[in-house]
Ligand binder design. Structure first.
Ligand code: MLT
Length: 263
């Protein structure tokens, strides 16, 4: 995996293909591995770049971070690679980062892709949940967090029928360093509410949700679609929160149609 020295650490990223750059930002507590299928499918027509965020995957680092600073890391990488402005997409926490990126650098995004994500910040109950998860992480490490999160990350159908996806996701979550998981939980808890940003988004935007997404399902995605003028919503069948792994073919089709079709 190539890397660039940026903002005091070595940011590793997957890269494949040539042409217009499409950047995919992973969720929590994951890595660029969640986009393996999308990188393959899109790279015949696009230059796909999927970073491992600070502390995740191969981007080893122990510093604290915020959603805004992760957006700065991605921006620095893309500016180093000289691909700005470009298409920026993110799944869940990656979507929060894409929104923060848009807010800070609106002229550097050509099109926006918001996968299995939302704009609202954490409610006070959600913040309490993050603090409990931080305590769980300190006691049981990433494996404790992975075990707790797994039933919500995938649709019940995936859990019942796709053992390979369940195993892969569990291993990926368990592999993230406990300190990074803790820092990310703080960053998620303290992130900005971006609801007011939605009405200001003026680039073509694709929103993806899963019909079995228990965290950011259609009930979350539909109001977001209404708030972003001209945006398009695709609800992926047989998919939960990890749509890119649960139904990669349908996600790839939606991405390719959006990227080729303009709006
Ligand atoms: C993610 O998948 O990135 C997380 O579910 C985001 C969150 O917990 O808010």
């Amino acid at each position: 995996m190539p890397s660039q020295e940026i903002n005091g650490f070595s940011m590793h990223y997957r890269e494949k293909g040539t042409g217009e750059a499409v950047v995919l930002i992973h969720g929590f507590p994951l890595s660029s591995q969640i986009f393996e299928s999308q990188i393959e499918a899109l790279s015949s027509s696009y230059r796909v770049i999927a970073p491992d965020l600070r502390g995740f995957g191969q981007s080893t680092n122990t510093d604290r971070f915020s959603i805004n600073s992760l957006a700065d890391d991605v921006h620095k990488l893309l500016s180093r690679l000289k691909v700005l402005p470009c298409v920026v997409g993110g799944l869940s926490m990656g979507g929060y980062i894409a929104e923060a990126f848009y807010k800070k650098y609106p002229n550097d995004i050509k099109k926006l892709i918001l996968l299995n994500t939302k704009a609202e910040g954490d409610s006070s109950a959600a913040k309490d949940g993050r603090n409990k998860m931080i305590a769980l992480c300190r006691e049981f490490g990433s494996a404790g967090v992975a075990k707790e999160m797994l039933p919500k990350m995938l649709s019940p159908r995936t859990i019942e029928r796709k053992n390979d996806v369940v195993d892969k996701l569990l291993k990926l979550m368990e592999a993230q360093p406990a300190l990074t998981v803790e820092h990310a939980l703080e960053a998620l808890r303290d992130r900005d509410d971006q609801t007011a940003l939605l009405g200001k988004i003026s680039v073509p935007t694709l929103i993806i949700s899963g019909d079995g997404d228990q965290i950011t399902g259609p009930l979350v995605a539909e109001p977001m679609q209404k708030a972003i003028a001209g945006s398009k919503l695709v609800v992926i069948p047989s998919a939960g929160h990890l749509s890119t792994m649960e139904n990669p073919a349908a996600v790839n089709d939606a991405l390719l149609e959006f990227l080729k079709g303009g709006e």
